[in-house]
Design a binder for this molecule. Structure first.
Ligand code: NAP
Length: 293
């Protein structure tokens, strides 16, 4: 990796918690392989300090940022413009800081989770058209997943299972404005609804390290022929995926989406393609020690 010098510029990850994130490993390896004098650092930022964090990054000349739990929705209030996808989903995972010819730097909000999910699900596209899908959770990632499914996969119906009535209503309103109809059930009905879905997508953190024995649905809810997609990427095979695969379902983990959304953010910040092999090697290298921990 190049040495840090006076020209080194910053790309940040903001959210809370961020200490588990694999994005610094991916992006620092990719910046180095692409010969870019950039460094990716993570900062624990809670909602109360979000506005000042974005203002600070703007003032310090950061090139960009990723935004994660629990800030993806709130951060939209502190940007100058939103991409069409960020506006449609109501969730921002990427900030781009651009000089606009004046002394002021413009902050643009985008959502690369949508492109990441679309790319990673593409091989299964045919099997989903006209079929029912179930999305577990109603947060930022659920919005990206729902938007991607509605726009790219034309499912028969999209149902969300979530625990908070407020999150459900807010998500349904967001998509109603765009003609995307969502059905909703309480989270305790997730297993029953999962049994009838062609695709089940977990967008909750249930099953994520260190809570690796947890699963969002009961063992036995999934059967042969279904597709189960878990956005959790640490561990790479969650309990949900392990049990689903054992029952004959197609199980997809979160690492392909993680790399695909990272590649899209990288392109927005730098204008060049992310070196894919360096990024995947770095991700695998960062995951292995954690699995042994
Ligand atoms: P978020 O905005 O905080 O949303 C999380 C959702 O999960 C919320 O609806 C929350 O419910 C629900 N939830 C949390 N714990 C729950 C529990 N014990 N029971 C039922 N529901 C629960 O977070 P996010 O940004 O969407 O991220 C969610 C997960 O997706 C994280 O694990 C993240 O790492 C992963 N992710 C992966 C990728 C990838 O590229 N693979 C990309 C984005 C996100 P409430 O609304 O009631 O709090």
């Amino acid at each position: 990796m190049n040495t840090i010098d006076a020209s080194t510029r910053l790309v940040a990850l903001i959210g809370s918690p961020v200490s588990h994130s694999l994005s610094p490993a991916i992006h620092n390896a990719a910046f180095s392989a692409a010969g870019l004098n950039l460094r990716y650092l993570s900062f624990d930022v809670t909602p109360v300090s979000l506005e000042s964090a974005v203002a600070g990054l703007r003032s310090l000349g950061a090139v960009g940022a990723n935004v994660t739990i629990p800030l993806k929705r709130d951060v939209a209030r502190f940007v100058d413009s939103l991409s069409p996808v960020a506006r449609a989903t109501g969730a921002v995972n990427t900030l781009i800081f651009r000089a606009d010819g004046t002394s002021r730097i413009r902050v643009e909000g985008d959502n690369t989770d949508v492109a990441g999910f679309v790319r990673s699900l593409d091989p299964h596209r045919e099997g989903l058209m006209g079929k029912p899908v179930l999305v577990l959770g109603a947060g930022g990632a659920a919005r990206a997943v729902i938007y991607a499914l509605a726009r790219q996969h034309a499912p028969d119906s999209i149902t969300i299972a979530a625990r908070s009535r407020q999150s459900i209503l807010s998500l349904m309103r967001q998509f109603e404005k765009r003609g995307i109809v969502i059905d909703a059930v309480p989270f305790d009905q997730a297993s029953a609804v999962a049994a009838h879905a062609a695709l089940v997508v977990n967008t909750t953190p249930i099953g994520m390290y260190p809570d690796v024995d947890a699963s969002p649905v009961a063992d036995g809810a999934i059967a042969n022929g279904q597709i189960v997609y878990d956005l959790v990427y640490n561990p790479t095979e969650t309990r949900l995926l392990r049990e689903s695969r054992a029952r004959g379902a197609t199980a997809i983990g979160g690492t392909d989406m993680l790399l695909a959304q990272a590649a899209e953010s990288f392109r927005l910040w730098t204008g060049v393609e992310m070196p894919a092999l360096a990024a995947r090697d770095a991700l695998e290298g960062a995951i292995q020690p954690r699995l042994k921990a």
